[in-house]
Design a protein around this ligand. Structure first.
Ligand SMILES: NC(=O)c1ccc[n+]([C@@H]2O[C@H](COP(=O)([O-])OP(=O)(O)OC[C@H]3O[C@@H](n4cnc5c(N)ncnc54)[C@H](O)[C@@H]3O)[C@@H](O)[C@H]2O)c1
Length: 271
């Protein structure tokens, strides 16, 4: 019998729960969920009850010791610790809170050690495949325009620091223009897509972002433009919210599952 990959889920909220469900249904021959971790124990316990394999609720350190593959669906601040402990042990890690890779010091040095594997899903944007291919040649510019309804920005440091309530915005307003490096600090929960683009393309200092708050907007919209020696690429992705958590897009919940298909499946499509 082929040994199944032991999977640990860090973060048992909306996405963690969805991943557990899919791993048991779709990848049961390839892997088994053996460990869970969540800062909120009730959340971990709730998920444990739903999983057939009845995984142990453990600390991050134990999870890294006992699992071959870790899936992070928690929050950006956990990413640094997770990668610093898991990569030297040659673990595979799928990271959802991609902004955490840009904001945690020391990650670049870890990448140079060439141990372990990090998987970043494309998330709620189309075009990462094209951007990765374009990077083989010369890229002139990468820019992202993101539009979301004001409620999506509740609690964002950008508004908290200014003492402003995003819900007071009454017409379509550009609230930010700058680099990904600045955006991940001001909008950590909204800008995973920009962080992924920066890592896939020309970095957090050169990738440009504009963010709009648009009252009445039904779909979170990302427009990506890449210019390079290959020509020009433009993608527009209009995302319906994920029913179980309107802060997340449906495509963002599908994308890591498609990536897990690449990890655990035989046919691997796309750049
Ligand atoms: N890459 C993408 O495209 C993309 C798309 C959607 C969400 N995300 C990110 O994925 C993460 C999870 O999203 P979600 O919708 O499942 O959120 P959620 O709020 O539903 O669940 C997060 C869970 O993580 C737990 N948690 C928070 N901090 C923790 C810590 N320090 N240690 C352990 N557990 C902790 C919470 O208690 C909660 O149960 C978020 O950071 C979100 O920004 C990324």
């Amino acid at each position: 019998m082929i040994k199944r990959v032991r999977v640990g889920l860090l973060g048992c909220g909306t996405l963690g729960t969805e991943f557990a469900r899919v791993l048991e249904r779709k990848f049961k021959d390839a892997c088994i969920v053996t460990c869970l971790n969540d800062i909120d124990l009730d959340q971990a316990e709730k998920l444990r009850k739903k999983i057939k394999s009845k995984p142990a609720i453990v600390t991050l350190k134990t999870m890294i010791q006992k699992c071959d593959f870790l899936i992070e669906a928690a929050a950006p601040p956990v990413v640094g610790d997770l990668l610093k402990q898991a990569l030297p042990k040659n673990r595979g890690v799928l990271v959802m809170s991609v902004g955490g890779i840009l904001t945690s010091p020391g990650i670049q040095a870890l990448l140079k050690q060439k141990r372990g594997l990090i998987f970043l899903p494309s998330g709620a944007i189309a075009g990462i495949d094209g951007l990765l291919a374009a990077r083989v040649g010369k890229i002139k510019s990468v820019s992202l325009v993101t539009k979301k309804p004001p409620k999506a920005f509740k609690g964002a440091p950008y508004f908290v620091e200014r003492g402003k309530d995003p819900m007071s915005i009454r017409r379509d307003t550009k609230i930010f223009e700058g680099t990904v490096r600045q955006a991940v600090k001001l909008f950590p929960q909204n800008i995973n897509v920009a962080a992924t683009l920066a890592l896939a393309g020309i970095g957090a200092l050169k990738t440009k972002v504009s963010i709009y708050a648009c009252p009445g907007l039904k779909r979170n919209t990302h427009q990506l433009e890449v210019l390079g020696d290959f020509g020009r690429m433009v993608t527009v992705t209009e995302n319906d919210p994920f029913v179980k958590n309107p802060k997340t897009s449906r495509l963002a919940s599908y994308s890591p599952i498609a990536l897990l298909d690449k990890v655990f499946g035989t046919l691997k499509i796309g750049t």
